[in-house]
Design a binder for this molecule. Structure first.
Ligand SMILES: [Zn+2]
Length: 131
């Protein structure tokens, strides 16, 4: 067996840095199904494309609802800043947000998915930086 090519032609166009395909990483837990899997690339989060898509499609749908609520809740400091109308909107946004997050957490637990705090720890460990 020849040594793996870590840079050059075969990796071009795959958006991978040298070493990302080196293999040999410890078994990881898939956030969607909680099963252990052997990563094929350094920053692989999910066991398969189907579980990655399920997780991300659900997160996208939830995010469309949560993002405006989170921004209004934060900007108004949960309804304690701004005009009376903005404070009222901020209180409602904060309450809706809390209710939805509780609902999503319950759904995820019921479905046996990874807890969100553990998912975030997992992502940060793999180099996640949203900023
Ligand atoms: Zn999975």
């Amino acid at each position: 067996m020849t040594a793996p090519v870590l840079h050059g032609g075969s990796q071009m166009g795959h958006n991978r840095l040298p070493g990302q395909n080196a293999g040999g990483w410890p078994i990881r837990e898939c956030p969607e199904c909680r099963k252990g899997f052997e990563p094929k690339v350094a920053n692989q989060l999910f066991c398969c494309p189907a579980h990655k898509n399920e997780w991300n499609n659900r997160a996208t749908a939830r995010g469309r609802v949560l993002t405006p609520l989170a921004i209004v809740a934060r900007i108004t400091r949960n309804g304690t800043r701004g005009t009376p109308e903005r404070r009222d909107a901020g209180k409602k946004a904060s309450s809706y947000q809390a209710t939805l997050i509780q609902r999503y957490r319950d759904e995820d637990r019921e479905a046996g998915r990874m807890e969100w705090a553990d998912y975030m720890i997992h992502r940060i460990d793999l180099g996640y930086d949203p900023l």
